[in-house]
Design a protein around this ligand. Structure first.
Ligand code: TXE
Length: 484
């Protein structure tokens, strides 16, 4: 059974206390590996290694740093097949999805920030009399913490560590204990990529132990976190007295607003994808489908028919489009949300239960039927709480105003999709919806230069493009007289 290791100061090693956690394959329920159960002592070692590496790394030229990230990206590309299989096995996602999305995007993240740092410029301000130059010196922060979740493991891990390293910081990273393998693989190639010892440290373990130690450590000056809203709130509370810089990408309860003048076929097929991709375990997935009343029945019938035809498969099978959910606990949480919706009077149009295992190998795996629920109002738990699984609700609206009101009736504000062929209406709706991202007649189309993040309980701060490089640097305003 494979034992993963931490990467601390360039050394792959177990936890100082030699404690281990089981790693489970979601499709089979079987333990197939172990990860170090690290704690504050391991984080302390990583911080010491990072502190030692920082002076040199922060003084390396941006070309050098960029080159290291490019080499790392190439190594990821060379090992893409291995990474795809590992990601699918560790997370339960279909191998086809890991191949099309997760691993190419992880490679792209490394390449993108290798390029972004080459173009990251600062500002200078010169008064009318040219007596002074005020310029902004953006310095790396120092040691930063990157904590990532299990739904898009290497994709989100690299999305954080790449800008942090490119900007000249040293990183203490913690992947989710539920999906640790791809981050471990990446850590094995850091040296080959030319990343100096101590610049990139990976500490595996539980959120409440290793994660908490990262968040609390006084020498770690910034935390970039993606995960649940309640964990984000806890991190905000913990770090506030130390005034750490925080980027929090949290949950969502994303509306898909379907106007009667939409391109019907495209709206149905994309809503199917936006609702159930990765078993609904993407923070950007649509979970509240709001349909204009005149189109309600037609849209509902078309969507239900398509969902009934979806087949759950073994994630390792190349033909599978819908795999396992990430863990037993998460499956139980999803099923309990469905049950609460039933008890609240919701009608289950399809799904609503555990799914049968697709084959003998998967008989103890964690599978949930894609589920559509109607008949519940905006205040119901299922329309307020993030389920983060293959579960959506349908609600109808009459007017544009009502659509916006329903869309905004949520503590969350991450992403919205808007379906209409009237561009002016699309723009008005996008402007009125309280969300960090709005997709008009499309979903999950990303340009890595754009700001990414949410409003309200969906988080604080923006990632992506120069926003990420701004986050991982501290601006110093310097004033220089031009005359002696
Ligand atoms: O996430 P956690 P969980 C949502 C989704 C899901 C819920 C809970 O609704 O059902 O969150 O999922 C680390 N200090 N999302 O419990 O706990 C943890 O080890 C520092 C949305 O799995 O937030 C992991 O690395 N770190 C989401 C990371 O935080 C801590 C993606 C995320 O885990 C910590 C995942 C602590 N005290 C879940 N406690 C999205 N926005 O995409 C935990 N962690």
């Amino acid at each position: 059974m494979e034992q993963l290791q931490n990467l601390i100061g360039g050394q792959l090693q177990g936890s100082t206390k030699d404690k281990w956690l089981d790693n489970i394959e979601p499709a089979t329920g079987a333990v197939y590996g172990q990860i170090p159960r690290s704690d504050a002592d391991d984080v302390e070692l990583a911080v010491q290694a990072a502190a030692k590496a920082f002076p040199q790394w922060s003084n390396r030229s941006f070309e050098d740093r960029s080159e290291c990230l490019r080499r790392w990206a190439k190594i990821v590309a060379q090992h893409a097949g291995e990474l795809v299989r590992a990601e699918s096995k560790d997370n339960g996602k279909p191998i086809s999805l890991a191949e099309a999305v997760d691993i190419p995007r992880a490679q792209k993240n490394l390449e993108f920030f290798a390029g972004a740092i080459e173009h990251f410029a600062s500002e200078a301000h010169i008064p009318a009399d040219s007596s002074h130059i005020h310029y902004t010196h953006r310095k790396p922060i120092g040691i930063v913490g990157c904590i990532s979740p299990w739904n898009l493991p290497l994709y989100l891990f690299t999305w954080k560590i790449a800008p942090a390293i490119a900007a000249g910081n040293c990183v203490i990273a913690k992947p989710s204990e539920i999906t640790p393998v791809s981050a471990f693989m990446l850590s094995q190639w850091a040296e080959e990529a030319g990343i100096p010892a101590g610049v990139f440290n990976v500490v595996h373990g539980l959120g409440s132990e290793a994660g908490q130690a990262i968040v609390e450590h006084p020498q770690i000056k910034a935390i970039s976190f993606t995960g649940g809203t309640s964990t984000g709130a806890h991190i905000a509370r913990t770090t506030a007295p130390q005034f750490k810089k925080l980027s929090l990408e949290l949950g969502g309860k994303n509306p898909a607003i379907i106007f009667e003048d939409c391109d019907f076929d495209k709206a149905v097929s994309t809503t199917l994808r936006s609702s159930f991709a990765n078993q609904g375990q993407i923070c950007l997935c649509s979970s509240r489908i709001l349909i204009q009343d005149k189109l309600y029945d037609r849209f509902k019938n078309a969507l239900v028919e398509k969902v009934k035809r979806m087949r759950i498969g073994d994630p390792a099978d190349a033909a599978t489009k819908m795999g396992a959910v990430v863990s037993q606990a998460h499956r139980d949480k999803i099923l309990s949300s469905i049950n609460n919706a039933k008890e609240a009077g919701g009608t289950i149009l399809c799904g609503g239960d555990e799914a049968e295992a697709p084959n003998e190998r998967c008989r103890n795996g964690f599978f949930v039927q894609p589920t559509i629920i109607e008949g519940l109002g905006p205040t119901c738990e299922i329309n307020q709480e993030e389920v983060f699984g293959p579960v959506i609700t349908l609600q109808s609206f009459r007017t544009e105003e009502e659509a916006i009101q329903l869309a905004n009736d949520s503590q969350y504000g991450l992403a919205a999709t808007i379906w209409t062929q009237d561009i002016a209406k699309a723009h008005r709706t996008a402007a009125a919806v309280e969300s960090g991202i709005a997709w008009i007649n499309c979903w999950l189309v990303r340009d890595l230069r754009t700001p990414f993040g949410g409003v309200k309980s969906s988080g604080v701060g923006r990632e992506g493009g120069f926003e990420a490089l701004r986050f991982f640097t501290e601006p110093q305003s310097v004033c220089l007289p031009t005359q002696a």
